[in-house]
Design a binder for this molecule. Structure first.
Ligand code: SAM
Length: 287
């Protein structure tokens, strides 16, 4: 069964009387090349567990189950469950959990289903929930080795951006604090059924053993980052001294920037994570 073949996918969909839901972002992959690249990038073998989010008809799930030790796929749409039972029937290492991934206790699910196995997350999700899901894994330190996800091209560019560029922002800093991002491939609208309006990119986020920089108060550093990027056209000094998250007089902010060895007139978008960490530690001591 090759579900990347559009006529095969249509046959299964018709057999189960399934109809696509726009609100659940159901655009199923029909490009074998992209599927191969996702599986390859995830770096899995029979020792690995895979948590797939949003299996749809099971196209990617089948490819993952052929390589991994175990695959658990979380799918919100009840009407896909009989279809998935059919398409995954020849894999005894794949199982489906019918839940909203935003509501599942992922730590418990991973511990129960995968035990000591290293775990990779693979997902082709509706774009509006991809970033909250990724940040949930990272901020709550849910123990997974990597997340290989299909995202809207603009989001991938922001996640992988370096300081100073137009795409560098709070999302770049947050993702790069926890992971090493690498862009795997593009997926044009014709790679999906039905075709989405936007261009997509597969990005792999390899989770670092420990966050990229040491910082006294992580949450406060992200407040500083949010403040610096909230007012992009202002200098760092003006953006931070006007920020409700910082609440420190301009003179004190100026001193902190100076003590951190950062140029007063710089804009926040030029700072790397080391500089944000150093600066937020100094500001915190002055408050
Ligand atoms: N992985 C399949 C593929 O590549 O062909 C389907 C991808 S489709 C873009 C997104 C899938 O995520 C759909 O099957 C949809 O029902 C499911 N989904 C949407 N929101 C979800 C949620 N909150 N939790 C779990 N699955 C969700």
């Amino acid at each position: 069964m090759k579900l990347s073949n559009p006529s095969e996918l249509k046959r299964i969909i018709e057999k189960h009387g399934f109809s696509f839901s726009k609100s659940l972002g159901q655009n199923f992959l029909i490009d074998q090349n992209v599927l191969d690249k996702i599986v390859e990038a995830s770096g899995i073998d029979e020792n690995w567990g895979v948590l797939e989010i949003g299996p749809g008809a099971g196209t990617l799930t089948r490819e993952l189950a052929a390589r991994a030790g175990a695959v658990v796929a979380v799918e919100i749409d009840k009407s896909l469950i009989p279809l998935l039972e059919d398409t995954l029937s020849d894999f005894d290492n794949a199982s489906v959990v019918c839940e909203d991934v935003m509501k599942v206790d992922l730590k418990t699910l991973i511990a129960e289903r995968f035990g000591d196995m290293p775990v990779a997350v693979v997902a082709n999700l509706p774009y509006y929930i991809t970033t909250p899901i990724i940040m949930n894994f990272l901020e709550n330190e849910i123990s997974v080795k990597s997340l290989t996800v299909m995202v809207q091209k603009e989001v991938a560019d922001r996640m992988a951006a370096s300081p100073g560029g137009k795409d560098y922002g709070a999302l770049s800093a947050a993702v790069q604090f926890y992971t090493d991002p690498s862009i795997i491939c593009r997926a044009e609208p014709h790679c999906f059924m039905p075709q989405p309006k936007v261009e997509s990119v597969v990005i792999k986020l390899s989770v670092l053993d420990s966050p990229r920089v040491e910082v006294a108060n992580r949450r406060f550093m992200f407040d500083v980052i949010k403040s610096a990027f909230g007012q992009r056209r202002k200098t760092l000094l003006n953006a931070l001294s006007k920020s409700p998250y910082i609440s420190l007089e301009k003179q004190m902010v100026a001193e902190a920037i100076c003590e951190a060895g950062i140029d007063q007139g710089i804009r926040g978008e030029k700072l790397n994570l080391e500089e944000f960490a150093r600066l937020s530690d100094i500001i915190l001591k002055k408050r």
